[in-house]
Design a protein around this ligand. Structure first.
Ligand code: NAD
Length: 275
């Protein structure tokens, strides 16, 4: 397995493919994360609000994999935005994960109505200075939110994690990231199974041509666009196939055909609506 690594604006590197655990039952998390680690995943994406950081932590501890070979992300929940509350939240997450530091700590949503994301960003800068997060970033930030962080915050976010899949390609936010050294991570890379992505003609055609599954085509499309992905899957077979993406290349024509599936097809919440 040769999962490529991308370089963050901190100089550290991040595996371009990981395993996400949104909606993974806390009782199932240790088993599924252990399976992912056994199959070669080294990047895990969780969040305080997922309620499964303990399970992630148990799988990490049981794996025996050296800490510096793992890349662990967790996120600051909306209700914990602020200064002291963010410090307490990262400590609680580290305790549950059984770690001294995370590789990446994100503000989960901008929650513009709370208007505390700039204050929270300064707290994350302190968390990074204290060594509790090696890199800090944001999630679900629109261009206007990123612009405020760049104008008022000292540190450029290492990543912005946003809903991104063929029906919602987020060109404006990803282009802004490219201009400013912010890597884009896709959440819901498979559209969360909420629309028939795997039946779209360009996806099916490429799957047939390469002898792979439609899900593998979509994940490969993300990787060839320079996007970081961490698909969630609940069976060993799918966890294995979602990392088996490195012995085929989509052609430029196949990439273009999939790019043609854009239709402003958001399946999750709009960032301005989440509080
Ligand atoms: P996803 O697009 O990864 O879709 C997961 C769904 O696809 C599951 O229902 C799964 O059964 C199905 N699936 C997975 N592999 C498949 C395969 N090989 N063939 C067919 N079906 C397959 O959606 P997601 O889990 O929501 O997103 C991935 C990760 O992104 C999450 O686990 C989480 O870590 C992160 N996330 C972040 C936010 C945020 O606000 N920052 C929001 C949602 C998710």
């Amino acid at each position: 397995l040769h999962v490529p690594r991308l370089t963050l604006n901190t100089g550290a590197s991040i595996p371009q493919l990981g395993f996400g655990v949104f909606l993974v039952d806390p009782g199932e998390t240790e088993r599924l994360v252990s399976t992912a680690l056994e199959l070669g995943y080294r990047h895990i994406d969780t969040a305080a609000i997922y309620g499964n950081e303990e399970g992630v932590g148990r799988a990490i501890a049981a794996s025996g994999i050296p800490r510096d070979e793992l890349f662990i992300t967790t996120k600051l929940w909306n209700a914990d935005q602020g200064t002291e509350s963010a410090y307490a939240a990262v400590d609680a997450s580290l305790e549950k994960l059984g770690l001294d530091y995370v590789d990446l700590y994100l503000i989960h949503w901008p929650t513009p109505r709370r208007d505390r994301y700039i204050e929270s960003w300064h707290a994350l800068e302190q968390i990074r200075a204290n060594g509790k997060a090696r890199a800090i970033g944001v999630s679900n930030f629109l261009v206007e939110h990123l612009e405020r962080v760049l104008a008022e915050g000292g540190t450029v976010p290492a990543v912005n994690q946003i809903e991104l899949h063929p029906a919602l390609q987020q060109e404006d936010v990803t282009e802004f990231g490219r201009e400013h050294g912010i890597l884009t991570e896709a959440w819901g890379p498979l559209g969360q199974g909420k629309y028939p992505l795997f039946e779209e003609e360009p996806v099916v055609a490429a799957a047939t041509a390469h002898g792979v599954s439609p899900a593998q085509v979509v994940l490969r499309w993300h990787l060839q666009r320079g996007i970081i992905v961490f698909p969630k899957a609940s069976t060993r077979e799918r966890i294995a196939s979602n990392i088996d993406l490195f012995d085929f290349d989509l052609t430029p024509a196949e990439m273009t055909a999939i790019n043609g599936l854009e239709r402003d097809g958001r399946v999750g919440s709009h960032p301005d609506e989440v509080n």
